[in-house]
Design a protein around this ligand. Structure first.
Ligand code: EPU
Length: 307
């Protein structure tokens, strides 16, 4: 089947236009990466399933693209389909102390909406530049809190069906969860606690300010490596191994926080990857610790072996 047929069928499934050869530098926070074959918006669970079914029929690998905040796409791009969630899949509703959110709802927005209603729980997470679904999938967190702690229920969609998983069935760990592979978080229910709106809003501002003070501004993909088991953090190990300020092409290891790589001037994904390899090797040589990437790779891109 030709690319034209796939594009037409995807557009019919989505009920909206499909972007072809969509450059990922415009869809990732770090601002690099080549094109994906197709980019399409899913506006309901029905549309989402139809899109997934079309992808499977055309043997197209797919990903859900949130903010693209935790993603490094190969400069050569990726032969597949990126799906963004919109319409009812990035909407929200409050029921008592619960936030019922579409998987595409942005976490900073969710935190602000909850704070306005005097609902507490999301404050430490307010600065995370991701979607509810994307952060639940990896159990993203900040300041000792993680989104998984708030989740009461998630709705998951694959090409066959959509189903719900209750809190008891979810097993969140540090930056990990047990959501079935090949599925999308279409909706989630978060349990919040009532409190004083002004106090909660002040806490949101405070957490955001703390994050901004400790992490670089500019184009990054968030923490590059996960914190290793034990007490030392990735940032501290990278710092002690002398990584701050290392540069390759247009990319530089932040001088403020060594676990961030900043796209200073039209960096390529290869520059970011090169820095990750050098930094990882330095930490391994200095401390014998094998750092694991927190950023997800897409396309023909991956770390060199350490040994
Ligand atoms: N540190 C250094 N040098 C550095 C950076 C950090 O010595 O260059 C030290 C700090 O002084 C501190 C320790 O390392 O004692 C930890 O640093 P920080 O408090 O910045 O936290 P982190 O573990 O590096 C984690 C998350 C962030 C989250 C912050 C805020 C991971 C990998 N990172 O960072 O999450 O925003 O806590 O709580 O878990 C992300 O996941 O993308 C992310 C940004």
């Amino acid at each position: 089947m030709s690319e034209d047929t796939a594009a037409n069928e995807l557009a019919a499934a989505a009920g909206r236009p499909v972007l072809e050869e969509a450059a990922m530098e415009g869809h990732t926070t770090i601002g690099c990466g080549g094109p994906v074959d197709f980019l399409v918006e899913a506006v309901s669970t029905g549309r989402l399933q139809a899109i997934l079914q079309t992808a499977v029929r055309h043997h197209l690998p797919w990903i859900v693209l949130g903010q693209g905040s935790n993603l490094l796409v190969s400069d050569q791009g990726w032969r597949g389909l990126a799906i963004t969630l919109a319409g009812e899949l990035d909407g929200y509703d409050f029921h008592g102390n619960e936030l019922h959110a579409g998987g595409g709802l942005l976490l900073p927005r969710a935190a602000r909406l909850a704070a306005e209603r005097g609902l507490s729980g999301l404050e430490p997470l307010a600065g995370i530049p991701g979607t509810i679904g994307g952060t639940i999938a990896i159990n993203a967190g900040a300041f000792g809190a993680a989104i998984g702690e708030l989740v009461l229920q998630v709705e998951i969609c694959g090409e066959e069906n959509c189903f719900r998983l209750e809190r008891e069935e979810l097993d969140f760990g540090y930056r990990s969860g047990n959501l079935p592979p090949g599925t999308v978080v279409s909706r989630a229910i978060l349990a919040l606690k009532p409190g004083d709106a002004a106090g909660i809003q002040a806490a949101v501002r405070d957490f955001r300010a703390r994050r901004e003070a400790g992490q670089p501004r500019g184009r990054t993909c968030g923490s590059v490596f996960k914190n290793p088991p034990g007490n030392a953090s990735a940032g501290e190990l990278l710092d002690r191994a002398g990584c701050k300020g290392l540069a390759q092409g247009g990319a530089e290891v932040s001088r403020l926080h060594a676990n961030f790589i900043v796209n200073k001037r039209q960096a390529r994904a290869a520059d970011v990857l090169g820095l990750m390899n050098s930094c990882r090797r330095r930490v391994y040589k200095s401390f014998g610790v094998e750092l694991e990437p927190e950023v997800r790779f897409l396309g023909d891109i991956g770390l060199e072996p350490l040994k």
